[in-house]
Write a protein that binds this ligand. Structure first.
Ligand code: ZN
Length: 125
């Protein structure tokens, strides 16, 4: 499986310009050609989108300016073979944080937007 990501910051919050034609029967737009221009919504980069075939996925956390493996301190091998597994782990982590906040165990939580799922791997052909 390929994923689209920003070659600068690694975010998958990216868009690629394309042309679309209206399909009257289906009542929706269908992409007819993909153009060269692309944008990253995370870092504002332009023409920075690449398709990669990830070997695994990890949950990353924004620490200062750097995205790092969020669970590295707990378990170095904490990577996931599918994006869904990583999303489930992050969902569980957010639920745990909210629980801890509700029970007064912590004063603050790390917001969801400071986490992301990143595909780690090679550029696709
Ligand atoms: Zn970016």
């Amino acid at each position: 499986m390929k994923i689209a990501r920003c070659k600068h910051c690694g975010s998958s919050d990216v868009t690629q310009d394309a042309l679309a034609a209206w399909e009257e029967d289906a009542q929706q737009w269908r992409v007819t050609s993909v153009l060269d221009n692309s944008d990253c919504n995370a870092c504002g980069g332009e023409d920075c989108v690449e398709l990669v075939t990830p070997e695994h996925f990890e949950v990353q956390q924004l620490i200062g300016q750097e995205w790092t493996n969020a669970w590295l301190a707990d378990d170095v091998s904490q990577t996931f073979s599918t994006k869904r597994e990583a999303e489930t782990e992050l969902d569980n982590h957010m639920a745990d944080q909210l629980d801890a906040l509700r029970h007064g165990e912590v004063q603050d939580i790390v917001p969801r937007e400071h986490f992301r799922i990143a595909g780690i791997g090679e550029k696709a052909e």
